[in-house]
Design a protein around this ligand. Structure first.
Ligand SMILES: Nc1nc2c(ncn2[C@@H]2O[C@H](COP(=O)(O)OP(=O)(O)OP(=O)(O)O)[C@@H](O)[C@H]2O)c(=O)[nH]1
Length: 202
C-alpha cells in the first residue's frame, strides 16, 4: 500500500519584486514587511489546514524571481503539486513574463502532462492605485492558457491571500490520484488521555 501523503508542495513563481515572499508570509504568519530583501534561491514555510475534509500540510516554496538566481531555484521545482504563477498588477512586464515562468516550470519540474497540471494565477499588489494590467487582460490570459483560476491579491492588506492558497489545495485535491494519499478527517480519531495530576517528569 502506498504511504500516506499529507504534505502538498505548492511553489510560487514570478518576477523579482512581485510579492511572492510577502504573499507566503502574509498567509503563514499574517504579517507584512514593506522592506523585504530579495530571495536568494528558495525558502519554504509550512501551514496546516483542512480542506474538503482532508488534513493537509501545505509546504509553500518561495523562489527567487531575479534572473541571476535561476540556477539556484530550478532544482526545487520537481515534486510540486501546484504552481502559483504570480505577477504584479502595477508591472506589465511581470504579466508578460508569466508564459516564460510557466515554460520554465514545466521543463524543470519535468511535468509529463502540462495540460492537466494545476496552475493558479495571482495578480498581486491590487492595493496600488496605478495599475498596468487590467483584470480582463489577466482573466483572458488565464482562460487561453488552460482555464486557470485567477485571484487579485494584496499581501499588504491581505486581500484574497488565504482564498488563493486554499484554491491551490482544492485544485490538487480535485485531481483523481491525490486523495488516496491524504488523511481524511473522517477517519482520524484522536484518543485523548485524561489529564493526569502529574504533568511533568524528569
Ligand atoms: N503595495 C504592495 N506592496 C507589496 C505587496 N506585496 C509585496 N509588496 C512589496 O513589494 C516588494 C517586493 O516584495 P517581495 O515579497 O520581496 O517580492 P518577491 O516576489 O518575493 O521578490 P524576489 O524575492 O526578488 O523574487 C517589497 O517591498 C514588498 O513590501 C502588496 O500586495 N502591495
Amino acid at each position: 500500500m502506498a504511504a500516506k501523503k499529507s504534505t502538498l508542495k505548492v511553489i510560487l513563481l514570478g518576477d523579482g519584486g512581485v510579492g511572492k515572499s510577502s504573499l507566503m508570509n502574509r498567509y503563514v504568519t499574517n504579517k507584512f514587511d514593506a522592506h523585504l530583501f530579495h530571495t536568494i534561491g528558495v525558502e519554504f514555510l509550512n501551514k496546516e489546514l483542512t480542506v474538503d475534509g482532508y488534513k493537509v500540510t501545505l509546504q509553500i516554496w518561495d523562489t527567487a524571481g531575479q534572473e541571476r538566481f535561476r540556477s539556484l531555484r530550478t532544482p526545487f521545482y520537481r515534486g510540486s503539486d501546484c504552481c502559483l504563477l504570480t505577477f504584479s498588477v502595477d508591472d506589465s512586464q511581470s504579466f508578460l513574463n508569466l508564459s516564460n515562468w510557466k515554460k520554465e516550470f514545466i521543463y524543470y519540474a519535468d511535468i509529463k502532462e502540462p495540460e492537466k497540471f494545476p496552475f493558479v494565477v495571482l495578480g498581486n499588489k491590487v492595493d496600488v492605485a496605478e495599475r498596468q494590467v487590467s483584470s480582463e487582460e489577466a482573466r483572458e490570459w488565464c482562460q487561453e492558457n488552460g482555464d486557470y483560476p485567477y485571484y487579485e491579491t494584496s499581501a499588504k492588506d491581505a486581500t484574497n491571500v488565504a482564498v488563493a492558497f486554499e484554491e491551490a489545495v482544492h485544485r490538487v485535491l480535485a485531481m483523481d490520484d491525490k486523495t488516496d494519499y491524504l488523511i481524511s478527517t473522517d477517519t482520524v480519531r484522536l484518543h485523548r488521555k485524561p489529564r493526569s495530576a502529574t504533568t511533568c517528569c524528569s
